[in-house]
Design a protein around this ligand. Sequence first.
Ligand SMILES: [Zn+2]
Length: 418
Amino acid sequence: MEALENAARRQALRLAARALEQRLNADTSDHAGPELPCACGEPAQYHGRHQKTFESVLGPLHLERAYYHCANCQSGFCPRDRALRLELFSLTPGVLRMTGSAAALASFEESSALLHELAGVEVSAKQVERAAEALGAEIAADERRCVEKMGEVAPTMYLGMDGTGVPMRAPEVAGRTGKQPDGSAKTREAKLVTLWTAESRDEEGKPVRDPGSITYSAAIESAAVSDTSPNRSDFAERVLREATRRGFTEAPRCVVLGDGSAWIWNTARELFPQATQILDRYHAKEALHRTAQSIFGATSDGKAWATARCAELDDGKLHAIVHALKPHAATSAEATKCAMYIFHNRARMRYPKFHAQGLCTSTGVLEAGCKVVIGTRLKRAGMHWTVNGANAIIALRCSKLSGRFEDFWERHCDRAAA
Ligand SMILES: [Zn+2]
């Protein structure tokens, strides 16, 4: 049966490809006279019909198109390629879309193999890379331009910010300071903004994140501007666009969640002074575990100490945590750091108060966001990126994961028709 169905599919696709080929090649209306204006302003001359093979969802298509050559810039073009949007790496729009879908999820090599196996479409890993990066760059530009409202404004809206290091190719981090022992950098930080709602309640009446309510926007970009600059940082602009899309500030209650990073709270203060700031409880507990590990090593004493501090954290007993850190301050820099962390973020760590207000303080969204959006696709073994390449794939992934790809594709097609 498998051999039969596969043979029948190949046959059907081949027939369909020949039919489409004949129809397109019989139409010579793309020959618009002996001359057409070139992009340089000079006239380009008609040079007959040129054949080229395009990869389509039906397999290869051999298309003959009117070709115009410009003597001035020594290059040529086919009006039909533009009309049918065939100019991207010999891929038809149908294959380009499949390629984008695959590359959002899997590596370029895996995408190439999947396209072959599932769709019978031949796109090399290099072609996948170039096409996905071009598509991702277009999505990134579209995201900056198009800030359409999406989804409902809930009574409480949550906005989280987080960062994660993306492994870079050496030239991309040359001369940058980082966390390597010699002070050099191997990664650049991708910054993520996440929005979601949590109107649902579990059996105990605690707020639970609403399925399908999460959207993401991220890039490797700066969250800092000089004090004298009248402009916002690139990342602040991104946060503002995403907040506008989701109607964040229109909600009766808006909450910003983050870890201890200064850039997060600077951005929150600048953009949403009215929002409730909460230090993500998951991150706070991670900090306590890290501190326990550095004081006690990986011992059961350390585990017990961390468990006790986490319970105090949940109960809002910040003084008790600081008190427990004190005896270790002289010998452990981590202990001192942790005490400072709690002191600086104490207003964001009033968990019993937040819980009484029915607010989420640790939803897993923030914790998972960087893994889902960036880690699983960009931080796999052996992967090294350029900033442009990483940002294109991040944009593609955010668009897919936020349910915005279809809307983008419509605009992409409208632009092609214009
Ligand atoms: Zn020209």
